[in-house]
Ligand binder design. Structure first.
Ligand SMILES: [Fe+2]
Length: 257
C-alpha cells in the first residue's frame, strides 16, 4: 500500500516556507527545561511533546509499548512556558510526534559533514498511513549558518545549504535526506523541531506558506567545501578503523572466554 507523502517534498526532500516574524514573540526557548542528549554535535534538547508527557527525548519506539513517532503527549510544565512554540507546532493540524527545541553549540562545516545523518522517524510507522517528516523553525538569528542536506552522505554533488536566519521555516524528509547544521555563530543555535505526519493537512500548510522546493544555496568558498570534504573522509575512515579494531578485539576476547 505504501505511505502517504507530501508531493511538495518529492523533488528535493525539503521545502522552505515563508519566513516567520520571530522578533514579535518572546524568547520562550530560554525559559523551558533542557536535558542533555547527544545528537549530531554538542546538543541539549527541551521536549514540548514526548512519548508519555515526561521531560525526556527518547524515541517513542524505545518506550513500552514501542510505537512510531506520532501522538506525542504535550508536557504541561513546558507548554505553559512556550505557548507560541506549541501554537506553531500545532498550526498545520497534522499529527505531532516528538516536538522539542534543540540547542546546538557552534561548529564547523567539516563537523556538519561528519555529523550528517538520516533520522529514523518512521520506525514502526504502519503501512498505509502518513510518512513522518520534520519541521525546523529557526529561533535564533544564525544568519551566517546553514543547514546542510545531501542525498548521499559522502557525495558532495547533491548538497543543499539552507540559510538559518531567525524565523526560517523548513520542512525536511529527514529519513530520506542526510542532514546536519553548520553553525558559524558564536553562540548556541535554538531551533524548534516537530515530527509531523504527511497528509492533506500538511499539504495545505505548505501551500499556505508558499513552500518552495528549491532556494539558492548559501555561498561557501570552494576551498572550504573541499577541505570539509577531505576532513569528512578522514574522520569517517578513522571511525571505521576504530570500530573495526574494537570488533576484532571483542571477537578475540569472546573466543578466549
Ligand atoms: Fe536528524
Amino acid at each position: 500500500m505504501g505511505y502517504t507523502k507530501c508531493a511538495a517534498l518529492e523533488e528535493t526532500g525539503y521545502v522552505v516556507l515563508d519566513r516567520y516574524d520571530q522578533s514579535k514573540d518572546p524568547q520562550e526557548w530560554l525559559d523551558i527545561e533542557y536535558v542533555d542528549w547527544k545528537s549530531s554535535g554538542d546538543t541539549r534538547f527541551a521536549p514540548l511533546a514526548s512519548a508519555k508527557g515526561e521531560i525526556e527525548v527518547n524515541g517513542f519506539w524505545n518506550h513500552q509499548p514501542p510505537r512510531t513517532d506520532k501522538d506525542g503527549v504535550w508536557i504541561p510544565s513546558q507548554v505553559e512556558k512556550a505557548p507560541n512554540l506549541v501554537r506553531r507546532a500545532m498550526e498545520p493540524g497534522a499529527n505531532v510526534g516528538r516536538c522539542r527545541v534543540i540547542e546546538l553549540q557552534p561548529n564547523t562545516y567539516a563537523d556538519a559533514l561528519y555529523n550528517l545523518h538520516q533520522d529514523d522517524n518512521n520506525r514502526l510507522n504502519p503501512d498505509g498511513t502518513g510518512w513522518i517528516v520534520r519541521g525546523f523553525f529557526n529561533l535564533t538569528n544564525d544568519d551566517t549558518s546553514y543547514f546542510v542536506l545531501r542525498d548521499n552522505q559522502t557525495d558532495p554533488s547533491v548538497e543543499y545549504r539552507l540559510a538559518l536566519p531567525a524565523g526560517a521555516q523548513l520542512i525536511v524528509d529527514t529519513q530520506r535526506i542526510w542532514h546536519a547544521t553548520c553553525l558559524n555563530s558564536p553562540t548556541p543555535r535554538y531551533c524548534l523541531i516537530t515530527s509531523w505526519e504527511s497528509g492533506p493537512e500538511l499539504d495545505a500548510y505548505i501551500a499556505k506558506y508558499n513552500g518552495v522546493s528549491r532556494v539558492p544555496n548559501v555561498d561557501v568558498p570552494q576551498e572550504l567545501l573541499d577541505a570539509g570534504q577531505e576532513e569528512q573522509s578522514r574522520r569517517l575512515a578513522a571511525r571505521a578503523a576504530y570500530y573495526a579494531a574494537k570488533g576484532a578485539a571483542e571477537k578475540t576476547a569472546m573466543s578466549e572466554a
